[in-house]
Design a protein around this ligand. Structure first.
Ligand SMILES: *Cc1c(COP(=O)(O)O)cnc(C)c1O
Length: 390
């Protein structure tokens, strides 16, 4: 029996589950480093928690079932997941990546992986023809859609077709929409990445990351890597993410509803120059996002009329914290140019549209009236303060 998404958030793909022997409804936290063996040559299937841990494995099965992969691996953060995945490449390999990616991913590729001999072409995959960047060393395409933070939407199926034609892996960071709204593996991707810190965990209380795949070969390689480099998610954190996932569908619905209300408000504000949200009909990504996803998500990027106004808003919201991260129950405002994308070279950042007038908002699950009131206060109070800035 194929279970529906919301049910899988609680039980995973039930057929694959071993029964927990006590019948505990909340899956236990196996807070153990090691496991006793009955005798030489025999194992319970659990030897050492760097390799196997029941709580982490339970979480991995739930995430695999949400993304329709054959395997998911849970890491100590999103960056740990991406770092482990990059270990499948070797010096000389070339990877095409989306130009507008999470800043930490760009930092990893351009500083660590490049040093180890992997080369990259950063391309605007939503607009440019990526075929012309493919050479004989190209091994993979790495995208986000919508991108962080400019919300560019790329047609996953179209890129998957190009990847198949040239025998390249397609890797999609699906953090922004979560598996509730989008399943890249079903659209032809080979690997899905998640920062589990965001929507999967959902409570701004721990870090986690996932690599999900529908390829046995990649799964085998990654199982070897996780046991060797030791960046797997700890049992307690695995449990927190399991608990977060139980409410993923209702959190995604409420966050998206709030995001839509905030987008309507921002569009009506004269001091807001541009709003980037794929759910705005007629906007660049609208049709593609509608075709390949079940929703538009709850991330909004907007540009205000000046840097001073941007800074003023960040200082004067009373409810919404000015903080990095996204995807939690609390609405957060982020300033990409000094936070998530601070390490991206300025010319690259500006070419991608991330100016010092750009703010990113992750809508949470509060009452939207309070959120809009808070933003309105922060924007309206600017005129009174303006003299102080000049
Ligand atoms: C946050 C984020 C990451 C990194 O995840 P961490 O859990 O913070 O290490 C990767 N990709 C995207 C799109 C993100 O938003």
């Amino acid at each position: 029996m194929e279970l529906e998404f919301a049910t899988r958030c609680l039980y995973g793909d039930k057929e694959k589950f071993e029964k927990e022997s006590t019948g505990a409804i909340s899956f236990p936290i196996y807070q153990t480093a090691t496991y006793a063996h009955p005798e030489v040559g025999q194992s319970t299937g659990f030897d050492y928690s760097r390799l196997q841990n029941p709580t982490r494995e339970h979480l991995e099965k739930v995430v695999a079932s949400l993304e329709k992969g054959i395997d998911a691996l849970a890491f100590s953060s999103g960056m740990a997941a991406i770092t482990a995945l990059m270990e499948i490449f070797k010096p000389g390999d070339h990877i095409i990546t989306e130009a507008d990616l999470y800043g930490g991913s760009i930092r990893l590729f351009d500083n660590i992986n490049k040093k180890n001999g992997v080369t990259f072409s950063h391309v605007n995959c939503s607009k440019e023809d990526i075929s012309k960047y493919i050479n004989e060393n190209t091994k993979a395409i790495y995208i986000e859609t919508p991108t962080n933070p400019m919300m560019n939407v790329t047609d996953i199926r179209k890129i998957a077709d190009i990847a198949k034609e040239h025998d390249l892996l397609l890797i999609v960071d699906n953090t922004f929409l979560s598996p509730y709204f989008q399943n890249p593996l079903e659209l032809g991707a080979d690997v899905v990445i998640h920062s589990g810190t965001k929507y999967l965990g959902g409570h701004n209380d721990t870090l986690a990351g996932f690599v999900v795949t529908n390829s046995q070969e990649i799964s085998d390689k990654l199982r070897f890597i996780i046991k060797t480099i030791g960046s797997g998610l700890a049992p307690f954190d695995s449990w927190l993410i399991l608990r977060g996932i139980k409410t993923l569908p209702i959190r995604m619905e409420k966050s998206q509803e709030n995001a839509k209300a905030i987008v309507d408000f921002l569009l009506s504000e004269p001091k807001v120059k541009k709003v980037y949200y794929p759910g705005i009909p007629g906007s660049d990504g609208y049709e593609i996002c509608k075709k390949q996803a079940r929703g538009f998500g709850a991330m909004i990027t907007f540009e205000v009329e000046s840097k001073d106004l941007a800074k003023h808003i960040l200082k004067h919201t009373q409810i919404i914290p000015f903080a990095e991260s996204l995807g939690g129950v609390e609405t957060l405002l982020t300033y990409p140019c000094t936070q998530t994308h601070a390490d991206v070279p300025e010319d690259v950042r500006i070419a991608n549209g991330i100016t010092d007038c750009v703010l990113r908002l992750s809508a949470g699950i509060e009452d939207s009236k309070d959120l809009i009131g808070d933003l309105k206060y922060a924007i309206d109070s600017y005129d009174g303060y303006k003299a102080l800035y000049i």
